[in-house]
Design a protein around this ligand. Structure first.
Ligand SMILES: N[C@@H](CCC(=O)N[C@@H](CSS)C(=O)NCC(=O)O)C(=O)O
Ligand SMILES: [Fe+2]
Length: 277
């Protein structure tokens, strides 16, 4: 009887201690959590459930100027309708890289919206109205995106950083708990590792990470979270280990790669006409 009571007391103490430790861990993890956006900023995250692509609309509320990042051809009507409904003026259609799995909505959106300009990196070799390189900035109203070259998934991959709002649009360079593959286009695991470590993990821990794809139901992450928990690129992983992981992914090729890459080299336009899905 006394033994039984003692066991109960022991168990209660063990449980209480475990609870304290896990609360302490949660408390010390607060630094990886994101801050609120500023009042003048409007943000929408959209999803294409066929290609698992995230598309983003960012706007300056005062001027009503907005940009769209990584639109998908089949969702161009949805995206333009939303932009119109929100009373925004689309200034730039921006791509993080030449996508291999879907055709960009850039070309179609250009035929639907007056005076909109397309943007992609110079290094991508793709057609666009404006070519950006590392260190450039893209302005819309009071908002700004900084261009960071993050090659590795492709040579022309860039990450767009909104320093003011604490956001990084990482394309396929850094995915949530993963990263873009490096086995086609100009894929290079060493380059990707260095890009993530130098250009993304150097951002403050609370910066939000918004990837071009998510295959596991996540919307976004933070730099601090990925440094801690990314199984391929987390801070505990060496470059050699990363290369080994990437060499053993054994992924099948994207089904649309043969049509998507040539179409996206032209930003989804052929002789001024959107390429058909
Ligand atoms: N099954 C999909 C293609 C999936 C895929 O290869 N995704 C790419 C990003 S699109 S280029 C990738 O880098 N994935 C990394 C990973 O770990 O999954 C299709 O057929 O389209
Ligand atoms: Fe990609």
């Amino acid at each position: 009887m006394i033994g039984g009571t003692l066991k109960k007391v022991q168990w209660t103490i063990t449980f209480a201690l475990a609870h304290c430790v896990s609360s302490a861990r949660n408390y010390s993890s607060v630094h990886i959590l994101e801050n609120a956006f500023s009042n003048g900023f409007l943000f929408r995250q959209l999803f294409d459930s066929i290609s698992y692509t995230h598309t983003y609309i960012l706007a300056d509320k005062l001027s009503k100027e907005c940009v769209i990042i990584d639109p998908v051809l089949e969702q161009a009507d949805r995206d333009v309708t939303l932009i119109n409904q929100l009373g925004l003026t689309l200034k730039y259609v921006i791509n993080t890289h030449v996508h291999a799995d879907h055709i960009t909505g850039t070309g179609k959106i250009k035929t639907m919206v007056n005076n909109v300009q397309s943007i992609i990196s110079k290094e991508s070799g793709a057609q666009a109205d404006i070519h950006v390189t590392h260190g450039d900035t893209i302005d819309f109203g009071d908002q700004q995106l900084e261009v960071r070259a993050t090659p590795g998934h492709t040579d022309g991959c860039v990450t767009y950083v909104n320093q003011g709002e604490g956001m990084a649009f990482t394309g396929d360079t850094l995915l949530i708990r993963g990263c873009g593959r490096t086995d086609f286009q100009q894929g290079d695991s060493h380059k990707l590792f260095q890009s993530v470590r130098k250009e993304i993990f150097s951002l403050p821990d609370h910066f939000r990470v918004y990837p071009a794809h998510d295959y596991h139901g996540f919307s976004h992450s933070t730099v601090g979270e990925e440094k801690l928990y990314n199984p391929r690129l987390g801070e505990q992983i060496s470059e050699e280990k990363f290369v080994e992981i990437m060499n053993n992914l054994k992924l099948s090729l994207p089904k649309k790669i043969d049509v998507a890459v040539p179409a996206n080299m032209k930003c989804g336009l052929q002789d001024g006409v959107p390429i058909e899905p």
